[in-house]
Structures are given as C-alpha cells and as structure tokens.
Design a protein around this ligand. Structure first.
Ligand SMILES: Cc1ncc(COP(=O)(O)O)c(C=O)c1O
Length: 285
C-alpha cells in the first residue's frame, strides 16, 4: 500500500501527471526512514531534515509533523514487513514546463515502503568492497533532492566494478559516498568529514557521532584528506539501510588487514544496542 496526495492505494493504481515537476525537473526532495518492528526510527530527525530540504528549495511543507507521523504510521501498518524502509517524497507539484519555480502549486506527496534489509552477518564478516571516484556532483549535496543522477551514475560505476559503494573525493578531500556517509579510522581515532554543503547530513552519521561521544571513543570531526582515506586502518559507510558497514577493500586494495576492524565492529554493536533500546522505549506522542 502506498500514499499519494491524501489517498492510500495499491501502487499499481497510483497516477501522477507527466507535468509533475518531480518528473520533468527532479524538482523535489525525499526521505528514507527505517522502521524496526513497525516503529519508525528517529522520525523527528528525519522530519527536521525534510523541513531543511524543503526550505532550501522553497517548497512550503505540505504537512505538520503530526500529520507526517500519521502518514508514516499508516504506511508501516499497511505493509507486510516487520522491518521497513519508508520512502517519502514531496515534489513542487504540477505546472506548465518552465524552469522558474512557479508559485502557489500544490505539492505532490508520495509515500511507499519496502522491506528493510540490513547487511547480513556474512557481509559483516567480510566487509564490503568500494571504489574511490571524483565527486562530480553539484555543490548542494546537503539537500536531500530527488535529482540523483550524479549519485546513480557513481553507484552504477561502483556496481560495474563489482563494488557495493563509490566513495567520493573532491579537491583532495573525502566527501561521502553515493548513498552513504563515510568514516575512517587511523591509529585508533575515528575521523568524520564535517557537515557542509558537500555532504548529506546523515541521520545515521549523527547516531554514530552520538555513540562515539557517549562511549568516549576518540574521534575528530574535521576534513579528511584523500591520502588519509587511502591509508586508513578502517573505513566504514553509514546509512539508514547499511547501518555501520565496514569497507575492507578500496580500489581492489585491502583496507588495513583487509578485514573489518575492531572500532567499526564495536560501533556496529553499539548501534545495534542503541536501536534495540530505542525500540523498547515506551511510545509517546
Ligand atoms: C548521498 C547520501 N549520503 C548519506 C546518506 C546517509 O543518510 P542516512 O543516514 O540519513 O540514511 C544517504 C542516504 O541515503 C545518501 O543518499
């Protein structure tokens, strides 16, 4: 079951106009919200990021947080999986094709869900392969825009090289990956690129930093050089679906000893603990 503009229906019945600016220009923003045991994870944070994306491109938020919560809750209840990935998209709406943002459109609101599949125990043992590519995307990667052509091109290049992810560098510094944030570990210190217009402010990135702080694990949020990425003891990618996934080869070369490292495994375990604790907490309005 999906939601489109106020109605719930099977996905096959959903219709939008070919003049929707989401279709014509990629003029929209989105969120992906993980839901564990049918409970959305960090929903207020996802809704705050949605608001920031909408503000950045001048679309008025079509719903208050309480209405979004209701829609997400209904989508989760209306789909068969215990763990789900809820996709939520807002486009500027339907108008005659014109680059200038038309005023006063009714935004198109779409939600759907799919089964949330997190990295298998097998993959956590071996870690993932990644390639390093130049970050040729635009300079507003902080906006969670549906215009993802650059990300799709980079991810496809990674897949064609047999890799799970493309890790991106711009002007000699690590930015993020095609659909995840990146952390590196050197001599026991975790390094994370700071939030800026060059990376998406990941919800998982924030949880990982909270975990590092709470457990007094040495870490620095600062620009990370490409040379530091390439000589790291550990590299991890983080996202709502990949959680904290060790990367054990970069461009075919082993990262450290070529196995998931101790810091990443610890943070992965702490992330699982945190999830379990949040999911056990009483539901409040
Ligand atoms: C480009 C990019 N960076 C980072 C992330 C991680 O964000 P989150 O942790 O909120 O899933 C994503 C998520 O899909 C992404 O597409």
């Amino acid at each position: 079951m999906i939601h489109l503009n106020g109605e719930f229906m099977p996905i096959e019945q959903a219709r939008i106009s070919v003049l929707d600016r989401g279709f014509i220009f990629g003029d929209g923003v989105y969120e992906v919200i993980p839901s564990y045991s049918r409970r959305p994870f960090r929903l207020p944070e996802h809704l705050a990021r949605l608001q920031a994306s909408l503000d950045a491109i001048g679309i008025a938020n079509p719903h208050p947080a309480a209405k979004w919560t209701e829609l997400v809750t209904k989508i989760v209840a209306g789909n068969p999986w215990e763990d789900q990935s809820v996709y939520l998209q807002v486009t500027r709406g339907v108008a005659k094709r014109d680059h200038t943002f038309p005023k006063g459109l009714k935004p198109t609101v779409f939600l759907m869900a799919s089964e949330l599949v997190t990295p298998s125990a097998e993959l956590m043992k071996t870690g993932a392969a990644a390639i390093v590519l130049p970050d040729f995307r635009w300079l507003r990667c902080d906006i969670k825009s549906t215009s993802l052509l650059g990300n799709c091109m980079l991810r496809t290049q990674a897949a064609e090289a047999g890799c799970a992810e493309a890790i991106l560098v711009r002007d000699g510094e690590l930015t993020e990956a095609s659909a995840s944030n990146v952390f590196v570990v050197k001599n026991g210190t975790v390094l994370a690129p700071p939030k800026s217009h060059l990376i998406l402010p990941g919800i998982t990135y924030d949880v990982v930093l909270e975990i590092l702080r709470a457990n007094e694990l040495p870490h620095e949020v600062r620009p990370v050089k490409e040379s530091e990425l390439r000589s790291a003891d550990e590299v991890w990618i983080t996202s709502s679906s990949r959680e904290v996934l060790p990367v054990t080869t970069l461009d075919g070369k082993p990262v450290g000893p070529g196995r998931p490292g101790p810091v990443g495994l610890r943070v992965h375990a702490l992330y699982q603990q945190y999830k379990a604790q949040v999911m056990r907490a009483p539901v409040h309005a």
